[in-house]
Design a protein around this ligand. Sequence first.
Ligand code: NAD
Length: 499
Amino acid sequence: MSTDLQNFVLLDSAQSFLAREVHHPFVDGRGVPVDSGETLTTVNPSTGEVLARIGAGGESDIDRAVVAARRAFHGQWSTWSPYERQALLTRIAHIMDDRFDELIQIEALDMGAPVTRLRNSKAALMKMLSFFSTQAGNISGETLMNGIPGDIATMTLKAPVGVIGGIIPWNGPLGGQFWIIGAVLASGCTTVLKPSEDASLSVLRTAEILHEAGVPAGVVNVVTGLGKDAGNALASHPDVDRIAFTGSTQTGRSIIKASTVNIKGLQLELGGKSADIVCSDADLDKAVPGAAMGVFANSGQICFAGTRVLVQRSIVDQFTERLLKYMDEIRVGHSLDDAATLGPIISQPQLDKVMAYTDIGREEGAELLRGGERLGGDLGSGYFMAPTVFGGVSNDMRIAREEIFGPVLSILPFDDVDEAIHIANDSDYGLGGAVWSQGLSTAMRVVRGVHTGTMWVNCYGYIDPMVGFGGTKLSGYGAKGNAAHMDNYLYTKCVYMEL
Ligand code: NAD
């Protein structure tokens, strides 16, 4: 455990941004105080200290932002050609490249991901922006045959749907917001983003930077606030056309209900409890670190984390021994510590929730093999939990069924591949999953058999916007990535033209 921060220098730009007394919502190209004048505090999870104050937005603040977004949608922005929108996205990629260090410092302090992890996420962000810039020029309808008497031409056109409400979680807002912003700018939509109350700062700063980069006022707006206030107001606003939501399944249900007001389209990326299947013929040199970091990366705060590690019974002892040895290399530390591989958990309530599973697992009869405790010493004031492993877990235990969203790995033994597929599918969720096997037919059998939105073979966690990523069952619907992503931001118009 290390907290040696002596070499860490906070950039002036990050420092002066963080020094603001209150971070106001960004609406119509400028910071606008919330009507109530109330604020929420945001805490640095590495230290437990207050980091900043953000506006506690509510219904009227959301309404102001939606009005601005609607005006922008019908305004000058609607005349931008695909080339202009593409050029804007390319410009944004350059600017994000330049400002990345500032943004990751803000993100690290706000949500606790180590700067080491965030630095490595730059390539993924650049790929995402490159992907969406190509989508701007790739929107097309069809010319269709028809059986109508006379000289009638028929075709479909694609048009931007309008105002997109984007509701974002706390586990990676800096990169995650671009799934929405990229598609909004590529399609010609506009957006009101509602970041998590626990991690809003990088989203607010990005909106300012995008505006400086040439995104017209009103096209990207950000309103901070609690989910039950600002989030619910956005989901139920009658002039918001679609909601792109990433967050828990429970909140997803509320959003579905709220959306009925104007039958909004929804893109829902929800929770997960993914199965990571390690077969007896797996290359353990790869499978052990792959399965470990498939859970522990971002301190377990990843929706597709492979938290149920299914291991073939004949290699359970060997796998477990190697896993525990590998974990000796994991360094937990302050998010600004260059030596840290894992940072804290986002907040005290989330830490309490995750830590409670230590007792739940024990009471259910699982064997606590490593971790389970809050870290003390230099890390005692932050929300740090030791990476945790339970052995001898069965799939009916709560630790195998419920999304923990923390650094807790469960080992579930299985006898044969059919049983592994059965266990993997015995879950309410269907988000990620993996199989580790050197046999192609075994791997393919598992890929075909597991009911989930994304499967990795002999690797874990790659996401490429060109390929995509999605969920099924209680993990949500509406593709993220690949050309299908854009369909969430476009509608189809059927055209009949008498010549
Ligand atoms: P959350 O559902 O508590 O909050 C997500 C967002 O929804 C926040 O901005 C919150 O303020 C807002 N919100 C809360 N209540 C609301 C309401 N009633 N109406 C409208 N908005 C509301 O989730 P979280 O705790 O921030 O994030 C963790 C969850 O997100 C986990 O379940 C995780 O699996 C999921 N997640 C999923 C993906 C994915 O791609 N599938 C990615 C990241 C996180």
